[in-house]
Design a binder for this molecule. Structure first.
Ligand code: DX5
Ligand code: ZN
Length: 215
C-alpha cells in the first residue's frame, strides 16, 4: 500500500488548520510537517507551538520531519505536541542511536533521513531501531524543487538491504514528487510519497492524491 503524505510547507499558511482538514478529507494518509531551524537548512518554518495547535484540527497521522541541528534537544516536546512519526536527519544528530531511542521512549515511530549526498550505508547500522527511512530526493530546505534521479538509486539499495534483512521498515521519499516522478519512486521501492506543491498546487487535491497513490 502506497501512502501519500502531503507536505504543509506548500499550503496557504494563513489558513493552515483548514488546509490540514482539507487534505485529510481529500484522502491523505499522513500530514507531513517540515520543521526547519535556519541552521541545518537555510530556511525557517514552524515548530512546536504550531504543531500543538494543529493537533486539535485533525486526527490524521502527523509525520514530523525535523530539519534541525541536534534534534535530540526537542524530541520530547515534539512528541508531546502531537507528532506520531518523528524523523531526524542522520547528518544533524550528535548521536543517532540516542535520538532514535528518545523517539521510541516517547512511544512514537522513529524515522531517519539522509540528504542527497549522504550514502545509503549511513542508515544501515540503525535499521533495527527504525520504522522509516526518509530518502531526500532534493536538498532539504524548500518545496517546489526538481527530484534528483540519482537519489532513487539509494532507495533501491535501501530496499534491497531491508529485504535482505527481512525488515518491515518503510521508505519515504521527499522532494520533487509529482505525476511525472511518482512512478519511478514507487518502482525504486518507496512506500510513502511526500508531495507538497503537487498536492497544494492542484485545483483538485483529492484527485492529485489519488493519482499519486496509483503511480
Ligand atoms: C523540503 C521538504 C519537503 C518539501 C517537498 O525540504 O522536506 O517536504 O515540502 O515539497 P515538493 O513536494 O514541492 O518538492
Ligand atoms: Zn519534508
Amino acid at each position: 500500500m502506497i501512502r501519500i503524505a502531503p507536505s504543509l510547507l506548500s499550503c496557504d499558511f494563513k489558513k493552515m488548520g483548514e488546509e490540514l482538514k482539507e487534505i485529510a478529507a481529500a484522502g491523505a494518509d499522513w500530514a507531513h510537517l517540515d520543521v526547519m531551524d535556519g541552521m541545518f537548512v537555510t530556511n525557517l518554518t514552524f515548530g512546536i507551538p504550531v504543531i500543538a495547535s494543529l493537533r486539535s484540527a485533525s486526527d490524521i497521522v502527523f509525520d514530523v520531519h525535523l530539519m534541525i541541528e541536534k534534534p535530540e534537544r526537542y524530541i520530547e516536546r515534539f512528541a508531546k505536541a502531537g507528532a506520531d512519526i518523528i524523523t531526524v536527519h542522520y547528518e544533524a544528530c550528535e548521536d543517532v542511536a540516542a535520538a532514535l531511542a528518545l523517539i521510541r521512549a516517547q512511544g512514537k515511530r522513529a524515522g531517519l533521513s539522509i540528504k542527497p549526498n549522504t550514502p545509503p550505508e549511513g542508515v544501515y547500522p540503525y535499521l533495527a531501531d527504525l520504522d522509516m527511512v526518509l530518502v531526500m530526493t532534493v536538498e532539504p530546505g524548500y518545496g517546489g524543487q526538481a527530484l534528483i534521479p540519482a537519489c532513487l538509486d539509494k532507495v533501491r539499495e535501501i530496499r534491497a538491504k531491508l529485504n535482505e534483512e527481512k525488515r518491515e521498515c518503510l521508505i519515504e521519499v521527499d522532494g520533487g514528487i509529482n505525476d511525472a516522478t511518482a512512478h519511478a519512486a514507487v518502482s525504486a521501492g518507496a512506500d510513502v510519497l511526500v508531495a507538497g506543491s503537487a498536492v497544494f498546487g492542484a485545483a483538485d487535491r483529492a484527485a492529485a492524491i489519488a493519482r499519486l497513490r496509483q503511480a
